[in-house]
Design a protein around this ligand. Structure first.
Ligand SMILES: NC(=O)C1=CN([C@@H]2O[C@H](COP(=O)(O)OP(=O)(O)OC[C@H]3O[C@@H](n4cnc5c(N)ncnc54)[C@H](O)[C@@H]3O)[C@@H](O)[C@H]2O)C=CC1
Ligand SMILES: O=C(O)[C@@H]1CCC=N1
Length: 278
């Protein structure tokens, strides 16, 4: 990696939804000037919110914000990508950075042309607190400045990991892109199970949430492998063993393997659908 790109690049977000807001908030916190950020967002109420929240320029279409951008952050749903990019004109050599699930760079190149630099990424919603993680992929031959600018933009959202093959981003999507939802489902399931055992719902909710927060901190900071963290809780012949044995024999690992395989396959379908659209 060469020196990080300085926060003087002009960045245009195409789509100003949840992920764009998380990324913009993170960039502003790092000192990126609001005057260097523009957003294309057709929903008027959302556009007003973005202006008020971040003080950035917002226009209704990508065509209005793309011409002088050094980087376009493609942050619409995969199904919206084709329409969103219609009429976009860019500076040659600008960075097109996609965060869209499943959308392949070859497709984006067909839509935007070969004069741009392309980086495909997959962030996740903890980006909101700078606690996200993003997988990034750039084709061989992508200039270091384009990779650096992509990494600088995403580093505001948390950690960054580069993958070597584009298809790995579908697996990243299945694991960390969608992953926060699996965790929220776990919290929901724990609190429902606690209530079913007779705890007041608000007490069960507090116990479930704080247990997950505390355990997540141990994963991050305890300096031990997760398997040994689990072993430390699991007394021989004790309560945890009774519960974990059930989870294992009921096939929890296989359920997760299948769930992630389905997410991975869905990412590929989303990419195919965009290619097949007329
Ligand atoms: N939500 C998540 O957890 C994550 C989402 N992603 C990806 O980020 C992308 C955006 O997802 P979200 O922010 O969740 O969706 P969202 O629905 O919150 O945001 C999309 C925004 O694009 C706007 N939009 C629609 N048509 C447009 C057009 N023609 N021009 C400009 N803007 C247009 C919509 O009004 C909306 O505000 C998706 O491709 C998704 O795969 C990536 C990582 C995580
Ligand atoms: O569910 C989705 O398609 C997007 C991509 C990763 C998280 N949300």
């Amino acid at each position: 990696m060469t020196q990080p790109a300085s926060p003087t690049a002009r960045v245009a977000f195409i789509g100003g939804g949840n992920m764009a807001a998380a990324l913009i908030g993170g960039l502003l916190k790092t000192g990126w000037p609001a005057a260097q950020i523009a957003v294309a967002e057709p929903q008027a109420a959302r556009a007003d919110w973005l202006r008020q929240q971040f003080g950035v320029q917002v226009a209704a279409s990508a065509a209005e914000v793309s011409a002088d951008a050094d980087a376009l952050v493609l942050a619409v749903k995969p199904q919206q990508m084709r329409e969103a990019l219609a009429g976009v004109a860019t500076k040659p050599g600008a960075l097109a950075l996609s965060i869209a699930a499943g959308v392949r760079l070859a497709t984006l190149q067909r839509l935007l042309g070969s004069q741009l630099r392309y980086v495909r990424t997959m962030p996740n919603t903890p980006a909101l607190f700078g606690a996200g993680i993003t997988g990034l992929y750039a084709p061989a031959g992508t200039p270091a400045e384009a990779r650096d600018l992509a990494q600088t933009l995403l580093a505001a959202a948390g950690a960054c990991v580069w993958v070597e093959r584009e298809e790995e981003l579908d697996a990243v999507t299945a694991l960390s892109g969608s992953g926060p939802a699996y965790f929220f489902l776990l919290v929901e399931a724990l609190r429902e199970a606690g209530s079913a055992l007779g705890l007041k719902p608000e007490i069960a909710a507090q116990l479930a949430a704080q247990t997950c927060i505390g355990a997540a901190r141990m994963v991050a900071d305890a300096g031990q492998d997760v398997s040994s963290l689990r072993a430390n809780v699991t007394s021989k012949g004790g309560t945890t063993e009774a519960a974990v044995q059930h989870l294992e024999s009921a096939g929890l690992r296989a359920i997760f393997a299948e769930a992630l395989a389905r997410a991975d396959a869905r990412a590929k379908q989303l990419g195919d659908a965009l290619d097949l659209a007329p």
